[in-house]
Every structure is written in C-alpha cells, then in structure tokens.
Design a binder for this molecule. Structure first.
Ligand code: ADP
Ligand code: ZN
Length: 760
C-alpha cells in the first residue's frame, strides 16, 4: 500500500533530514475521491488509541480540508525522507470494523472492482456512521477522594444528597439524570463541579431507549428422519469448528427452518452467534416470530428500521449481546464478535445481489466470511441456484437432500393450461381460463383459499394506437408505459415518470387508443367481476407502499378475511398458509422470453415456489399454470417439482456457451445523456479490452458493445459489454487494468458488474 502512496507525497527538500526514528504511520481510505490509501502520521496523543477499523479526520488536498476517512492499517517504521500530514482526530469511541471484517471489505473491493472506501461505506449502515440516536453529553461522576471523606466535606445538604446518590449508584450520569436521581435541581450539581468534587467527561449517549417486543416461547419440534440427517451434517461441521458449505435442497414445506433453528441452538450453546439471511420479502411477522419464539436475544434487521434502531441493534450485536441476527442481504455485515454459523435461506433469490455499488452478492460474501472465520455456511432452497448446485456437484459444497414434506404431505399436483388453445376458444375472455375459473369455484365452495400470481403490476402493460401503431413509451427510458387505472395515469415502472392516461392517440389523434396486456390491477378487476361476493386482496408494490401494509395484508389472509390473494412475485415466496388449496399462475411466460440467460431458471423458480404455497395443510392442494409454452423444459420440470430434471436440461446449455456456473462473467454498462458520446466511449472500452485479452491468449470472450436491452433509462442512453472467461481472476484483473487506463469523458458514466444477475 505504502509504495503507491509515496508517489504522491511531496519530495523532500535537499536540506531535509532523513528521519530514521520509528514513527506510527496510518493508511487512510476515503469513501469518495481517489481510490487508493493515503499515509498519515499518527500524532503521539493518538498512538495508543488508533487502530485499523476506526474512522479519523485528516487534512486533505492542497487546502487541507478536514475530511473523514477510514484507517485501514497502522505501521511502525521510519519516516525516511517522506513528509506526512498528521491525523487530526478520531471520530468514533471504538473501532467500527474488526480485523476480519476489514479483510472481508478488502476482498470485496478486490473482487467487485470497487474502491475500498466505497465498500466500507456500504458495509457500515448509515445510522452507525452518523451515530443516529446518540448525542454528545457531559457525564458526571463523583471524585473518589471526595466520596471517601464525605462526612468531613463542607457542602450544603442538597449537595450532600447528590454525592450520596453517586456513592450508591453506578454512574456516570448527565446533570439531568443526576438531578432527577438525587431529587434536586441542577444548581447544587453545578456548584459541586465548581468545587472540583465531580469529574466530568464528554461522551456520546443514547437519546432514546429502545426495546424489542416480547413474544411467546415455543417448544422445539421432534424432527423427522430427513431433518435429523440434515441437522447431523451441520452439527458435524459445527463440532469440528471448520468451514464447510452445506447446500440443503429441500422441497417447499420440508421443514428446513426447523433444521436451521436447531443448528442455531447448538451455536448459541457455544456462546457464539448465528447470522440468518432471508430475502427481504420473507421477513414476514411469521418468520420473525418463529425465530423470536425460540431465541432470547435476537436482532431482526429489516429495511424499515430507522437509523436510530439500526445503530442500536448494530451496537448490541457488536457487544455480543445478540445470539441470532435475522436480516436481509446486508445483515451479512453484522458485527458479531464470535460468529458460529451463517445461514442463507432461499439462497437462489436474486435479491441477495445488491444492485448499486458495491454490487456484491450476499451468498458470495457469506461464503468468504464463513471461510475466513472458519464456520459452516448453510444454503437452503427448494430451487437452488445453478451456481450452488454446481458447487455441490463438483464437491466444493456438501449436498443434503430433503425430498419430502413434513408428515409426508404430498406436494400439490400441478397442471398446465395451454393458453394457445384457450386463445382460440370462444368462451375465454380476459386472463382467467375456463378451467381455472372452475377450479376457483370448487376451491371457494370447499372453503379453501386461493393465490393467483401475475408477475406484472398495473392495469394494461402497454398502450398502443391501433390506427398508427404508436406505443406509448417513457421519454426517459426506452420502455412501455403501464396503465394504472386507479389514478388514471400511464406510469414508467423504472423511473416513475407519469402522465395522464390519454383518451386519444397523442400522434394521430385516433380516439380508439388501446390498453392491452395484463397487469395485476386488471386481473383484480376481472376477478372481482367473476367472483363478486368474495373478499379479494391485491398485493404488489403499488398497494404495499406503506410500511407494515405487507404484514397487515398477510394477517388478513391468514385470518381468512380474504379468500383470494392475488399479486406479483411478492406472494410467491415463503408464505405458509395451510388453508390455501389452489394456486393459479396467470401467465408463466412473463419472464421466459426476456433477453437474459437466466430466463428459464427464473421461470422454473417462480412456478415451483408459488406452487409450494399450497398443500401445506391437511387438505392438500392443487396448482394450475397457464402458459403459451407448456412444453418448455423449465415449465415441464416445475410441473413435476423436479429440480434435477431442470438442472439436467439447463446445465448443458450454460456449458456450451460458457455462461455461469461454468465461467465467470463481468458486465460493463456505459451510460450518458448523449447517445453518440456514450457509444463512442463504449467502443473504446471494448477495443481496449479486446486488445488486452488478445495479448493474454484464448479463454476470453467479449460480447458487444451493444445497446443494452433497456436502451435508455432515466434519460440516459445505455450500452453494455459482456465479458466471459473460465478464469474469473484474470478477467477481473484485466478489467481493473483497462479501467485504470481509460478516462471516461465528461457526462459519461460506467459501471462494472461482477457476476451480474441483471442483464437488462
Ligand atoms: P420449509 O422452510 O422447508 O419450507 P418449514 O420449516 O417452514 O419448511 O416447515 C413447514 C411447516 O412444517 C411449518 O409449519 C413447521 O412448523 C412444520 N414443521 C417443520 N418440522 C416439523 C416437525 N418435525 N414436526 C412437526 N411440524 C414440523
Ligand atoms: Zn422511465
């Protein structure tokens, strides 16, 4: 680190001495600005306090602006001929990152080609960085000598009360707390301070007292044979205190969560902590309560926490007060002092990948962290990602199968409805086929509940003029606008651009402009007209904007107040409602034809997962999947709940073109307000990459540059390049080298996505 930074230090003047005395030198990185560490001299007063993982304020640049930074290394060595600026002060009372978290951050910076300062900023929640919910306060305690000769002191009775209080209670206290405790005003306290009988120090204190909700305890279940076998495998790794990745492939309802919880029991017995990652959408009250009912000290980290709450939880975790951390993606950075186990449930979920810089995948970070701290990593899913599946096949992860539901409950029967035949039938109107309608009737008559999945929001998904062919598009993004009837607007789902829904074509003024395609709003209207007396609830990002609305909606459904729940993929995940006897997939093909090599995998996952929402009680369940391509291998496999069949069909396709999991991938996106400038620059980037790869020989593939499938987003034109190689490390090194050489023109931005999930 230091060799690089020394290039930028000022050269010594000839009369300057070569300083050979041992000095402490700290490397500091910044969250913005140049992506490299800068060396600073540690002043003597900070010698014993400064350590890597703490934040500091340092003078920066020509004008010596005071800027905050992260100390990432402290070394003792002679200064030689270098001249260094001094660190001004420390920001936090303790370090924010342990050495192992720092190493994790360094790995992320390297792997995801992101500046270390940016990664650190991403690892630490904003509430922690801003020390939300705390303030600076003067804390008072009694001088020990004063207390010793309390009887002889010349003080007023009130002042004596204060000292007496301090001798009986462990402080320190703010003046206000002390006044309240001793039952006096603040006057006597200030007088004691003036006399030097009280010691004062300035510290940060909490402004609010926070508490966790109390819950009813729950007993441990007797496990069935498959569960016990899975648990034994995990316990084996735990007892040997070694890192191992264990992939639990368990069908929906096989009782994976119970296995996780009993494994955590063991970890808690060792006095260690467990981190459980679940997709944000699965952080339902049901999930939270299941964990809360089993463990005493648990922190649930969800996206609706305030900065203050997040800071509070973070500190409790760092102090080792928490046994189990349950949270979404970023909970992998929970500062547990003695990590014992990491679990990723629904490990195939795309939401584990962060879509802003640093674009990390929590599964890969978890793997790294678990390996680094020598603890097992459990990945669980009914539909494992092909990445994890491949690791199990090649022996870098251990596979545990849980092929049966608890109590041997049957998996639901899944049937397909061919929409091509339906489309030709004169009976079909709207998006619910005759067969599905009949099945819904039956389910309702038998007092069952129904889930309908349609993976598109809005009313009509495109608005087109039949006279001139004009389709309404977002002026900022190259995407169709979706009709939202509740507010009579046409809305862009990417940038939120909205305009009143037109009555006539804006181009040719034809009055019969058509709203076509189906969204959840339109489906809701159709279901209401078909089943007028049935309670229906729609769940999508439009109806679930208020915090807590998601939970409220699910509670209504659970209580049976709602008979039909319809919505987007939001309803496909992790819900466990015993009374759901029918699941209908309105159109399984919505994701199948996207220009994305994972389209088939996503379709398989979605259909399998939503099918898993039924048949969870004693009443069994049934699934009907409407599709235009019933013969597609992904749909065929989902219908049979057959992951192996899907993997067998899909893996050879991936292998033949070197897609993950057979090769690594990096995606570069260049965007800018000028089409020409962005295009020119992306061309330069591609040429530089091609030249560099050519020098290295075969084994690399450059696709593009090409306009991205979403060619314009939020007013910026987008181009992309896809890079593939069997040698991921070489690929990343090359990209880093080319990035350092090329300078993007003004107004053109580029982002690098390592292991991209989003190909649009
Ligand atoms: P998964 O996570 O695999 O989808 P869950 O852990 O949610 O499955 O289990 C499904 C249901 O079965 C839950 O209601 C759970 O309480 C119940 N269950 C799990 N294991 C057992 C068991 N050994 N005995 C009785 N019920 C169980
Ligand atoms: Zn838009």
């Amino acid at each position: 680190m230091s060799t690089q930074s020394s290039l930028f230090d000022t050269a010594p003047e000839p009369w300057e001495q070569d300083d050979q005395s041992e000095r402490q030198i700290a490397s500091v990185v910044f969250s913005t600005g140049p992506d490299r560490p800068f060396d600073y001299l540690v002043p003597d007063r900070l010698r014993n306090e400064l350590e890597p993982g703490r934040r500091v304020v340092v003078p920066f640049g020509q004008g010596n602006r005071s800027v905050p930074g992260y100390c990432v290394q402290v070394e003792t060595r002679p200064l030689g001929q270098r001249r260094l600026k001094e660190i001004l002060r420390l920001i936090d009372q303790q370090r924010l990152l342990t050495p192992s978290m720092l190493r994790l951050a360094e790995w992320m910076a390297d792997y995801y080609l992101s500046p270390l300062g940016q990664v650190l900023e991403g690892i630490l929640p904003a509430g922690v960085r801003q020390r939300a919910g705390t303030r600076e306060a003067v804390l008072l305690s009694a001088d020990a000598e004063a207390l010793a000769k309390l009887a002889e002191l010349k003080v007023t009775p009130k002042q004596r009360d204060v000292l007496q209080y301090l001798s009986l209670h462990r402080g320190p206290f703010t003046a206000a707390q002390l006044a309240k405790g001793a039952g006096c005003a603040e006057g006597p306290i200030q007088a004691l301070r003036k006399k030097g009988l009280l010691k004062a120090e300035t510290r940060r204190i909490r402004t609010a007292q926070l508490e966790e909700p109390a819950v009813v305890r729950e007993a441990i279940l007797d496990m069935n044979h498959d569960q016990q076998a899975a648990l034994d495998t995990i316990l084996g790794a735990l007892r040997e205190q070694r890192h191992e990745t264990i992939l639990i492939h368990g069908v929906t309802g096989s009782g994976k969560t119970e296995v996780y919880m009993q494994a955590i029991d063991e970890v808690v017995r060792y006095g260690r902590q467990a981190i459980v990652l679940v997709p944000e959408i699965s952080l339902t009250p049901q999930t939270k309560n299941r964990f809360r009912a089993r463990f005493q000290r648990i922190a649930v980290l969800h996206s609706h926490l305030s900065d203050t709450e997040r800071h509070w939880q973070w500190e409790r975790i760092a102090r080792g007060e928490i046994q189990v951390v349950v949270g979404a993606r970023s909970a992998i950075f929970a500062p547990t002092p003695h990590l014992g186990l990491v679990i990723l449930d629904e490990e195939h979920e795309g939401s584990f990948k962060q879509d802003t810089a640093p674009r990390y995948h929590a599964r890969d970070v978890a793997l790294r962290r678990a390996a680094e701290e020598g603890v097992p990593l459990i990945l669980g899913s009914a539909t494992p990602s092909l990445e994890s599946w491949r690791r199990a096949q090649t022996g870098t992860a251990r596979l545990v199968e849980m092929p049966r539901r608890v109590f041997d409950r049957p998996l639901p029967t899944v049937g397909t409805i061919d929409l091509r035949t339906e489309a030709r039938s004169k009976y079909t109107r709207g998006s619910i086929s005759r067969q599905l309608h009949q099945a819904m009737d039956q389910a309702l008559n038998a007092e069952g509940q129904i889930i309908l999945l349609l993976n598109r929001r809005g009313f009509a998904t495109h608005i087109q003029c039949p006279a001139c062919g004009l389709a309404l598009r977002c002026p900022h993004c190259d995407l169709s606008l979706t009709h939202h009837r509740e507010r009579e607007i046409a809305l862009c789902h990417f940038c939120d651009y909205q305009t009143p829904a037109p009555r006539e074509c804006p181009e040719c003024h034809f009055e019969g402009i058509r709203y076509s395609g189906q969204g959840t709003q339109k489906l809701e209207a159709e279901v209401r007209s078909r089943f007028p007396n049935v309670a229906i609830l729609r769940m999508d990002t439009d109806t679930m904007q208020k915090p807590g609305s998601h939970e409220e909606a699910l509670a209504k459904f659970r209580r049976g107040e709602v008979r039909i729940l319809l919505g987007t993929q939001m309803i496909a995940k992790g819900l466990d409602f015993p009374n759901v006897t029918l699941v209908g997939v309105i159109n399984a093909d919505t994701a199948l034809h996207l220009p994305d090599f994972r389209a088939a995998e996503r379709t398989f996952q979605l259909v399998t997962q939503v099918a898993g929402r039924t048949g969870r009680g004693e009443r069994g369940g049934r699934v009907l999947v409407q599709t235009f391509s019933p013969e597609h291998p992904a749909i065929q496999a989902a219908v049979r709940h057959d992951f192996n069949r899907f993997a067998k069909a899909e893996l050879p396709i991936r292998q033949s073109v070197g897609y993950p999991p057979f090769g690594s991938m990096v995606r570069l996106i260049v965007r800018g307000p000028s089409f020409e400038l962005a295009q020119l620059f992306v061309g330069q980037v591609a040429a530089a990459l091609r030249a560099d790869f050519a020098r290295q020989g075969d084994g690399f593939r450059v696709l593009g540059p090409a306009p991205a499938p979403v060619g314009k987003l939020r007013g910026l034109f987008r181009f992309h390049i896809q890079l593939q190689s069997g040698d991921g490390a070489a690929l990343r090194t090359t990209v880093r080298r080319v990035m350092a050489e090329l300078k993007e023109p003004k107004d053109v931005q580029w982002t690098v996505d390592v292991d991209p999930l989003d190909m649009l």
